[in-house]
Design a protein around this ligand. Sequence first.
Ligand code: ARG
Ligand code: ZN
Length: 860
Amino acid sequence: MKDASPQTIHLADYQPYPFRVARVELTFRLSPRATRVLSRIAFAANPDRPGRHDLFLHGERLRLLSARIDGTPVPAAALVVTDEGLTVAAHALPEGPFLWEAEVEIDPEGNTALEGLYMSGGMYCTQCEAEGFRKITYYPDRPDVMAPFRVRIESDLPVMLSNGNPVGAGAGWAEWDDPWPKPAYLFALVAGNLVNLPDRFTTRSGRKVDLNIWVRPGDLDRCAFAMDSLIRSMKWDEDTYGREYDLDVFNIVAVDDFNMGAMENKGLNIFNSKLVLASPETATDLDFERIEGVIAHEYFHNWTGNRITCRDWFQLCLKEGLTVFRDQQFTSDMRSGPVKRIEDVLTLRARQFREDMGPLAHPPRPSSFVEINNFYTATVYEKGAEVIGMLKRLVGDDGYARALDLYFDRHDGDAATIEDWLKVFEDATGRDLSQFRRWYTDAGTPRLSVAEDWAPGDQGGTFTLTFTQSTPPTPGQEVKPPRVIPIAVGLLNPNGDEVVPTTVLEMTEATQSFRFDGLASRPVASILRGFSAPVVLERSVPAAEHAFLLAHDTDPFNRWEAGRALAKDTLVRMVAEDAPASPDYIAALGRLLADDALDPAFRALCLRLPAEDDLAQTLADTGRTPDPDRIHAAREDLARAVAQALERPLAATFEAMADGGPFSPDAAAAGRRSLRVAALALLNHLDGGARAADLFDGATNMTERAAALACLIEAGRAAEALAAFHDRWRNNRLVIDKWFTLQVVHAAPAHAAGVAGQLAAHADFDWRNPNRARALLGGLAANHAGFHDASGAAYRFYADWLLRLDPVNPQIAARLSTAFETWARYDADRRALVRAELERIRATPDLSRDLSEMTARILG
Ligand code: ARG
Ligand code: ZN
């Protein structure tokens, strides 16, 4: 049954659970439509909640067959069962510790929401974070209740896995024991006809760990890169954070039906297969990079998330922000630091700034929610990581290292809070972080403006930077006090030499000045180097200064940022004033392209024009109403102008970056390919798809083949290529996902909804598979001008699908609904169209808690 009036949960209402769990024993008798789960749970009073309390256990969609306490059936009069769980009256509970035993029946096959125990491609698997364990058995399903688990699985399937170490197996059964106390959200079970890629890792103290990646039989040849990533992650966490693995086995399982990317279940990580399986022919370089990053992310959770977990779900960024921060550090160490930083800032602005500027804005640590699954957001993850980056900048590398050691020492085995986390930094460094805490509790992206002053003098001149910060209101938070902002600044003299190396200024006031004395001449300031804080820098700088920084800045991030500013300036003027493409920007790009001393991956990032949604965001943010058609046209015009002016160097780059030897997924080779396809995308505006057609036929890797296919679609000559591509990859779900996405993302705006409609009718549109639904619908939302086509056709199509998905998989419907979060930016006609769709969704009976919370918040 659906919730009639969903409850809002408040951080301020937190209370410890009245009981402790000493031990959990579970037996699973697997059967697709009727799995039996037997539980034996040892409870004792929790001294942190004195007094006598009812026993409340979460439970949803469970058929309760029996319930006993200390061997005696619980009397019906003492037991109340609702849609959300069961309660045993306090008077029916023994005074001391007691044993709860229950048997329930569940239906994995009928579980289309993919939360709890479900089936994917014939195998059993689980997803319990955040609140899925309550769909498996009755239990206090909250992260502050931690216990060791022992699990017995009975079935005739060849492979049966759970958390911890294997302790026994025989014909039709297997037993697992996890000695580390854990919350229920880290529980996992997998059973199926699986095959494995095995390997071995010896930890630095000599523990031998068996590693396995488990997949369906045909997928074994695409696991090697994931295994290599795992081994590098394990080594890196020892070298960088001193963290060792703590069990005898580490298992990873790839499943095709998965709501998110992956899950860090103790000793048994479960992954969306797209984040495990890769070969040069089937995966792009971006796929390889994501696989490496997510394998690392889930592995790193073993310490930041599992050994130290969250007290409650409001603290989600405690584990996610920190683990994202750690996986970002890992990727910069494995690849290129500057390139990784630019990529991360691109994502942050595209997803988190977008969220922060709209109706879904919330702090990294929210103070209330209706459905926690709606808070696995860019703000909790990516901004949560940025906040840690700032903390590290403020306390320095040594301070950070001391604080992290203290965190692991002090809180190992705890369910901790953001306050605990900040206290560790205060104790390790002696700093007062009360103002810094606002980064966790306040929503919104601060605006930072800056004024410069130059005063020449006999002993050298004085350069003064005066910063002013302010944060616009967000839902439920009108007034935002100033935050502490680390502003990394460097100064260059007019020859381009650095006269003041990177210095971190600590801004704490609403307005604050910083002086640099003894300068021979007026410097050029490079501000917010490395994107030292997640803020919007509002600064009108003459184009010549951006061009100067693009040519000379010693900070690679700001060098890229200067080029970005030039590109955005010219695009904004093309949209708003019908201005022609800036020749200065194009000339600067030309110089950069020709600079062979620069990393190809960096040059590729510079060649990539700002996305249409990014421009719409910038226009809206500066008080203008974005016109999606004009934005699309301007971006196309700029691409064509760049291609015309730089045709020869682009063509030369395209040739020079061709792969020589055998494929390697490493950063250097991937960087060359990314520059090659960036050049191709621009040249495509001139050659009508000629180069793309050749490349499509000759490509030996998916990066080039998919890029060529995108170009052919844009050039309107992809029919044959699309058929050939489908034909070749019809049995590879992950590649067919790309086939769907490319066609919608690159469709001409006026046709995007029509193309999406045709694809939705295709026999391969298995919309119950989250990857496939996202491939099509996410692709449509990513086609900015197509999604916002004035006809409203895409809005309607999209809303229809949200309504169709919602009863089947509410998490996916709710997640996809964020495509509408920017609706208030646009003109009155488009706003009316979106509003009508959102109202239609809202008025639908039996909407899930997930989607109804989202539509209500988006409507505002
Ligand atoms: N903890 C997982 C990760 O970040 C994500 C799980 C999200 N699950 C969910 N139902 N929202 O690695
Ligand atoms: Zn995570």
